[in-house]
Design a binder for this molecule. Sequence first.
Ligand code: ZN
Length: 203
Amino acid sequence: MKLICIGRNYAAHIDELNNERPEEPVVFIKPDSAVLPKEQDFYIPGFSNDVHYEVEVLVKIKKVGKHIAERYAHKYYDEVGLGIDFTARDLQSKLKEKGLPWEKAKGFDGAAVIGRWVPKEKYPNLNQLRFELKKNGEVVQSGDTGLMLWKVDELIAYVSTFFMLKKGDVIFTGTPAGVGKVASNDYLSGTIEGEELFAITVR
Ligand code: ZN
């Protein structure tokens, strides 16, 4: 199982990190070992002093496919969810500066939070989902999938031209504005349309 992550998919987040707007989706992969086991706390790794949360809408792939046409992409997933793409921002900035891959900053153990899955039928329009991340009870990120530069089906079509998608793969669709640093004892909870899909404690 692989985690396929999209970077820079919301204009306001691109601006807050002073990144360029990409002409094509920015794609990177996290290994399956990055998944934070259910009910476990997230431990800030020793190699970073600036780990950021990035709340993202997730899609779980249900069957194998490659070169998937956008109009058929909806047949490849039944469930959506919410998670966190934890990022060691200090390390990522160093790697970006040197033009090196981001994996160490994004793919470390526990860096992928995957919340509870929800049947997609529950939502009338996946391109109009409101989602939020709260830190210690206060909203820190608030997103709407309507503001994605590339929508879920476009992402599946794009990504599947490079990587064969397999059952169980998870797509992280990018984070909206409001990313920030976590500290020990922070409590992070995420909702889609007001329903809580994960809650974790930082150590
Ligand atoms: Zn991200």
